[in-house]
Design a binder for this molecule. Sequence first.
Ligand code: ARG
Length: 460
Amino acid sequence: MPSHTLWGGRFDGKSDPDAFALNASLPFDRRLADQDVRGSLAWAAALVEAGVLTRPEGERIAAGLEQIRAEFQAGTFTFAPSDEDIHTAVERRLGEIIGPLAGKLHTGRSRNDQVATDFRLWLLDHSAKIETAIIELQTALLARAETDFGHPLPGYTHLQRAQPVLLSHWWLSHFWPLQRDRQRLHGVRQRTAVLPLGCGALAGTPFPIDRAALAQRLGFRLPAPNSLDAVSDRDFAAEFLFFASLLGVHLSKLAENVILFSSSEFGFLELADAYATGSSLMPQKKNPDVFELARGKAGALIGHLTGLLASLKGLPSAYDKDLQEDKLPVFRAADTLLALLPVLARALHTLTLRPERMRAAIDPAQFATGLADYLVEKGVPFREAHHLVGQAVRLAREQGTTLAQLPLPGYRRVHPAFEADLYRVFDLESNLARYRSEGGTAPEAVRVQLERAKSALQSL
Ligand code: ARG
């Protein structure tokens, strides 16, 4: 087995190569390289301030770490077979550059507080990128709501035509969940920015480290208050995965709607060629693969969350190697979101609208609620009005006609409160305009909502 592990002293030097490979996390935690160097730079500075390292020692260590950082950035860093994880690799390389002094960097520190710190730093870095990508998608939804203003379509419940709504209102219904996702991400960031470094393996550090200053130097809000908790806490990772799962659920819902609306059966939207794919067999096909993948990937996002929770459940405190299983699900979830969000945003921008198809799908039956409201205005209690309109629906069906064509005598047989002016209920524009209370689908209310969404996008 490779020599140069960080823990070889009590071992006879022979470990099964497959066991070493199983144990190693380098294949995935090399992504923490930058965070590991930053954490080590801050730790070296804290050791100098605590009087554990002399200033010149601190400077030589920092110079070595800076060189390592440059090697990672230039892609010239070479890993050794003995590098079990990124922490081992950085410390091994530091030894090659500055000699035995490198051995002083790990004073009072453990990989347990180190990895928890690196991982939190990584999440803080990447959550900012993810938020930017969410904002891109929200911006696309806002742009659609703005340019598609005024077009009505049927709103659905149970996937059955229900009441007409404005398309802009519908676009905005996908904007707000993303706003909540961003708020959730902010909450995750708050709780992620609590510093484990200085907690050692589990008991804290015996050296006089100023952990508050260390936290500040690394951009954390405060030091973790309990060393046992700090090295084993992965709440931030689980919370991030919940955030990612729920965002995935929101994206899958948006995607499913676009898939349905772009099918021939609905035909409300058409995908741009750049975001659709063909069939290898059927030349006429234009498939919404991008949206299907958005829908499908929500499954794996949820899987990452449940996988991590299952790994965490029932662990004895404090650090256990099970915790090494925290990284892949988080990396994969972040990668998925960063791959998906920008493509979805661009695909939405390029959708073509078929307003005539949307309008044609609005049939008189969708004004039945308006008809009940009409009776309410004439003093009929809503419950009774609902029942009476139901009778009119049945009558229209029996006569092979629609509510809009059912002659007045038929209506008056149902109830004398129906008068000749009832047919105004079927005017689409005035029907929409009635829903003008806050959050409703009237053009007037949607305009207000649009402005509110724009300022919400800026204000978070
Ligand atoms: N690679 C390990 C991880 O990701 C680092 C911590 C190792 N600590 C230990 N006591 N073996 O969790």
